[in-house]
Design a protein. Structure first.
Length: 100
């Protein structure tokens, strides 16, 4: 994510909090109650996002990990494609020997 994306995201969250405050006032809450509830919504949203982040980090489903796995798979596929038929037979024999 680029820096400008983070700035836009922060600005969007800030505006969402203000919009929630205004909507809660339009619904009929006084300014103090609308402020409390809009802050509560933002905090719950932040905690929810944090929990999803921790889950993705704990299960290694982050973008970097996925890119690294894709790269490793691509390298292995390229090496396999470059092998001669004799080398493939030898590799297959080694795999069969390990299975037994």
């Amino acid at each position: 994510m680029r820096r400008i994306d983070i700035i836009y995201l922060g600005l969007g969250i800030f505006l969402a909090g203000g919009l929630a405050y205004l909507l809660l006032q339009l619904v009929g809450l006084d300014s103090q109650q609308a402020g409390i509830w809009s802050q509560a919504l933002l905090v719950f949203g932040l905690v929810g996002w944090l929990l999803t982040y921790l889950f993705r980090a704990g299960t290694k489903q982050m973008t970097y990990n996925q890119q690294l796995k894709d790269y490793e798979d691509a390298v292995l596929e390229k090496r396999l494609a470059e092998m001669t038929p004799e080398e493939l037979e030898k590799l297959q024999a080694e795999i069969e020997a390990e299975k037994k």
